[in-house]
Ligand binder design. Structure first.
Ligand code: 13P
Length: 255
């Protein structure tokens, strides 16, 4: 398998952090640090920070993403944001199905699929998150679960649309806990995701899809993680809120 078929993508997921003014300051600090990246650099920010982020990232190699998207085009969905609204705001990427949304906001495999379709149909790149809980891992369900979540999320997504899909393997037990999957566990999990894609779309297509690892990836462990054959970059939470740490991860994925 040739890792060079795929572009590494380092994406920050800021979660519920930063005001618009703080967004401008942090992106201005990051810009010079990541300008020579040999990977794609994305920052997924809260809705209210999108305008500031797009403005601050203008004329740089940083692309802006959102953290969620609704699956309907418009209508009486108080508090929700459509894919078309995101595109019109300068957004190019969107995180879909993050475990925090599955855990706290009733996200299901069905709604993850609908959001994924809405995102790619509008021309966004969807960063689709999958991952097992500690209990599921300990029961031996990791492979089954990751393959199921991946296939469910990609239902009715065409092979052509997969060019605008990134899958992020984020073991729930590694998110925000400081407990990172070992490089081998990350590689194995990403491999299960890729195998699921291959079962539906074939090996060639599966080998062209970017599969990130996420979960306590930081400036210290990024090198080892992104060196793995199935790890095409990362989805970074806490460490994406610090310019220097984030830039070190970007450099690790640029080697
Ligand atoms: P942490 O990097 O803070 O563990 O978060 C990972 C994550 O959830 C990214 O989406």
């Amino acid at each position: 398998m040739d890792k060079k078929l795929r572009k590494a993508v380092i994406a920050g997921n800021w979660k519920m952090n930063k005001t618009p003014a703080e967004t401008t300051a942090l992106i201005n600090e990051m810009k010079p640090l990541v300008k020579d990246a040999d990977c794609d650099v994305v920052l997924c920010v809260p809705y209210v920070d999108i305008a500031a982020a797009v403005e601050a990232a203008k004329d740089s190699n940083i692309k802006i993403g959102a953290e969620n998207v609704h699956f309907k085009a418009s209508g009486a969905y108080t508090g929700e944001i459509s894919a078309e609204m995101l595109v019109a705001s300068g957004v190019e990427y969107v995180v879909v199905g993050h475990s925090e949304r599955r855990q706290y906001f009733g996200e299901t495999d069905q709604t993850v699929n609908l959001r994924t379709l809405a995102a790619v149909n509008a021309g966004l790149t969807a960063i689709v998150c999958v991952g097992e809980t500690l209990e599921q891992r300990e029961l031996g369900y990791t492979e089954t679960l990751l393959k199921y979540q991946t296939k469910m999320a990609l239902t009715n997504v065409t092979a052509d649309q997969l060019k605008n899909i990134i899958v992020a393997y984020e073991p729930v037990w590694a998110i925000g806990t400081g407990v990172t999957a070992t490089a081998d566990q990350a590689d194995e999990g990403n491999g299960f995701v890729r195998a699921a894609i291959a079962e539906v779309y074939g090996e060639d297509v599966a080998n062209s899809v970017t599969v990130q690892y996420g979960g306590s990836m930081n400036a210290k462990n990024a090198d080892e993680l992104v060196a793995k054959v199935n790890v095409d970059g990362g989805l970074i939470g806490g460490a994406s809120l610090k310019a220097e740490d984030f830039s070190i991860i970007v450099k690790a994925a640029s080697k």
